[in-house]
Design a protein around this ligand. Structure first.
Ligand code: SAM
Ligand code: SF4
Length: 326
């Protein structure tokens, strides 16, 4: 079992497959001086499987593949196939652009639920946010997953003045469709020009929805990051991920491996443990994994202040989101 010093059991691993991406979301990828990691620096497919097996021996039951964009990696299908044979719940977070090329692999791997990021329902705004014209492709791929009975969780990063006006349209989507919309508070990372007044808080989100819909609170499962809601007559549900105003660290069970094989015990941790180099030298990585989690801070990498308006984002020591793996 992997435990931290606050007695939290860690059984959920998020593996980043690459820091490369086919979109350029401004809140994730720094727009200047960003160079992608060379592929020799990335964990190779067989290394990912072997490292994952060690985490599973230590009690990991769930693995999520992420990035960067996990589906731009040439061997993504091999990695998915390899991991699907292990005794874990396997899932994926993707921008959805290439999902149609992977639908067979996903079905064969018996992945039941996929997180897709889509911050707007307008094609021109999609271009503004991602600098690419892929709205229709993503939209069609969401329909493709729904047709194949794969549950879709939609990640929407809400930013004041950019897409907060679309919140109720996303909720309207849940009326006839069994989709789960997750509104995420905008978080600060290296190079993403975070400012406090762009944060549209959990309370702002609920107040906006309340103007149009009556909602009920749903029971939240253990270890989830979401606060879940439903409009009573709707088929789908919605949630808020309130990392900035009401973090969910007390029940955190998450560990992360960056694409270059560094372990992070929190999205906001300063420190990283180089698992890949030790693995390549043939060393036992178990003590490194245990030590990394043991050192986990109680909340948000120990780098945040209570009032986000006082937060100095430039003072947070971290990678950019695209290089961590969201
Ligand atoms: N490329 C994939 C995608 O977009 O879903 C996976 C990686 S992406 C880094 C994972 C998630 O992090 C996405 O849902 C994205 O919207 C979210 N994300 C990235 N930067 C963020 C930020 N500054 N604040 C909140 N969420 C962010
Ligand atoms: Fe790429 Fe996902 Fe980051 Fe957008 S959020 S730039 S799709 S990794």
């Amino acid at each position: 079992m992997i435990l931290d010093k606050h007695q939290r059991i860690h059984n959920y691993l998020r593996i980043s497959l690459t820091d490369n991406c086919n979109l350029r979301c401004f809140y994730c990828m720094p727009d200047v001086d960003y160079s992608f990691m060379p592929s020799s620096q990335l964990m190779q497919a067989d290394e990912i499987t072997e490292i994952a097996k060690t985490f599973i021996q230590l009690g990991t039951t769930k693995i999520r593949l992420t990035g960067g964009e996990p589906l731009v990696r040439k061997d993504a299908d091999t990695i998915i196939k390899n991991l699907s044979s292990l005794p874990i719940n396997l899932s994926l977070t993707t921008n959805g652009v290439r999902l149609h090329e992977f639908i067979q692999t996903i079905l064969e791997a018996q992945i039941k639920s996929i997180n897709i990021s889509l911050d707007t329902l307008q094609a021109d705004k999609f271009h503004l946010i991602t600098k690419r014209n892929n709205f229709k492709r993503v939209w069609d791929n969401i329909q493709l997953l729904l047709e194949n009975d794969i549950h879709v969780k939609l990640n929407v990063v809400v930013m004041r003045g950019i897409n907060d006006s679309e919140i109720t349209e996303f909720v309207a989507w849940t009326r006839d469709t069994n989709i789960h919309i997750r509104f995420i508070e905008f978080m600060p990372f290296k190079g993403n020009k975070w400012v406090d007044d762009k944060v549209f808080t959990w309370q702002d989100i609920l107040a906006t929805i309340e103007n149009k819909y009556r909602w009920i609170k749903l029971k939240d499962e253990a270890n989830v990051t979401t606060k879940n809601y439903r409009v009573p007559e709707h088929k789908g549900t919605f949630a808020v991920i309130s990392t900035i105003t009401a973090p969910f660290c007390s029940t955190c069970n998450r560990m992360r491996l960056t694409a270059d094989g560094r372990m992070k015990n929190c999205l906001f941790s300063k420190d990283e443990t180089d698992i890949l180099s030790a693995f390549r030298r043939g060393e036992d990585i178990v003590p490194l994994i245990l030590g990394n989690v043991e050192a986990k801070a109680l909340e948000r990498g120990g780098q945040f202040v209570e009032d986000f308006h006082q937060l100095q984002a430039v003072g947070i020591e971290n990678r950019s989101m695209i290089a961590i793996g969201g």
